[in-house]
Design a protein around this ligand. Structure first.
Ligand code: 5GP
Ligand code: MN
Length: 345
């Protein structure tokens, strides 16, 4: 199966960018997920195999359930090492932006880019590449940035030298961005890629357990509580939302990652088309994080852009609101009513 993605011109530009660069930075969006982490780790490994010495910088903390990923201890956290990271970015001549479409998604790390004088290469599967002057390798049809990277690495002739760590990172990104291959994952190429990754000796069942079956007892209790006490279902609209307050988090000893993927749970209700979660920031007042998931052709990303200052993919999007949780609920009601025709249809 031919899984080339880049045009000859894109391939040449990418090869030239890598070849000419002396100081390379690889980064991803804030609150890195499995795809962002897998992409940063695998691509850094690839660049090393090409004799480069890239620095991998992530804007902030990543979830505990990704800490086992080989190489994660080498990542420089911007929020913890701002001065060092600012200097590295200012001195770099090439920055790879992986798994995000605009510098705003770097959060505080976006300021570091003000002093960057080199070239950007964006490698991503979101829909709206908007980094001025970047070589944009943007392929929204990919299930994950990791699928895209695997295909690019192959096109660059890097498959033979791909090691198991790289394969583990890439598989993790593909698996997490598709909810364990349960959504956005029907293209045959995905399974061809998985087959190739398996030849590198990865244990896909173990990767699944490492990522998905690592909740604490408190996390399981919190998730059960949220589904039983905080879920609001609009039967006629095939839509639902739930809220997570700071009090809930305190009561259940919340740590980052505890509600990971929970927004998918209400989609298990028969006929459900849209699920929204609203989570209060654990420190800042009037910051509510919004996650949206949908099935079929309901456009979460449109709703996220219109109501929640966000975006993302057709079936998985996010955003945020600067208001109280109660006010956020009102906005969700408005959003659901505004999309009545798509939801009821
Ligand atoms: P999550 O619900 O896991 O935070 O996000 C789901 C998807 O939406 C991810 O693919 C993420 O990249 C995207 N996303 C989350 N927040 C934002 C946002 O503020 N802006 C945009 N453009 N995409 C977002
Ligand atoms: Mn992704």
């Amino acid at each position: 199966m031919n899984i080339d993605v880049l045009t000859d011109k894109q391939l040449t530009l990418l090869e030239e960018s890598i070849g000419q660069a002396e100081k390379i930075v690889v980064c991803c969006h804030k609150s890195p997920d499995g795809d962002a982490m897998g992409a940063v780790l695998a691509w850094s490994d690839y660049l090393q195999s090409q004799g480069k010495a890239p620095r991998a910088i992530v804007p902030d903390a990543y979830p505990d359930f990704l800490r086992w990923l080989p190489g994660s201890e080498t990542l420089l956290r911007y929020d913890k090492h701002k001065e060092e990271a600012d200097r590295i970015v200012a001195e770099a001549d090439l920055v790879f932006c992986l798994d995000f479409d605009g510098l705003d998604r770097l959060d505080a790390m976006a300021a570091a880019m003000d002093n960057f004088k080199g070239r950007y290469v964006l490698i991503d599967h979101h829909t709206n590449p908007r980094i001025p002057g970047a070589l944009a390798l943007s392929f929204p049809e990919m299930c994950s940035t990791c699928e895209l990277l695997f295909r690019i690495i192959c096109q660059l002739g890097g498959f033979e030298r791909m090691n198991r760590h790289m394969a583990v990172a890439l598989y993790t990104g593909m698996m997490t961005d598709t909810g364990g291959f349960t959504y956005n994952s029907t293209r045959p190429e995905i399974y061809h890629v998985i087959g190739q990754l398996l030849t590198k000796g990865i244990d896909k069942d173990k990767i699944y357990r490492n990522v998905f079956n690592v909740f604490s007892p408190w996390a399981i209790r919190l998730r059960g509580y949220l589904m039983s006490q905080k879920l609001n279902v609009f039967d006629d609209f095939h839509a639902s939302y739930f809220t997570i307050s700071r009090r809930d988090m305190k009561n259940f000893h919340f740590i980052k990652g505890d509600v990971e993927g929970l927004v998918n749970e209400p989609l298990k209700i028969k006929g459900m088309k849209l699920s929204i979660s609203l989570r209060e920031d654990d420190r800042r007042d009037r910051v509510v994080w919004v996650s949206l998931r949908s099935v079929d052709d309901f456009p979460c990303n449109r709703m996220a852009a219109e109501f929640f200052d966000g975006g993302g993919h057709l079936n998985a999007s996010g955003g945020h609101l600067n208001c109280t949780l109660a006010e956020a609920e009102t906005i969700v009601h408005t959003a659901i009513i505004r999309y009545e025709s798509l939801l009821k249809g």
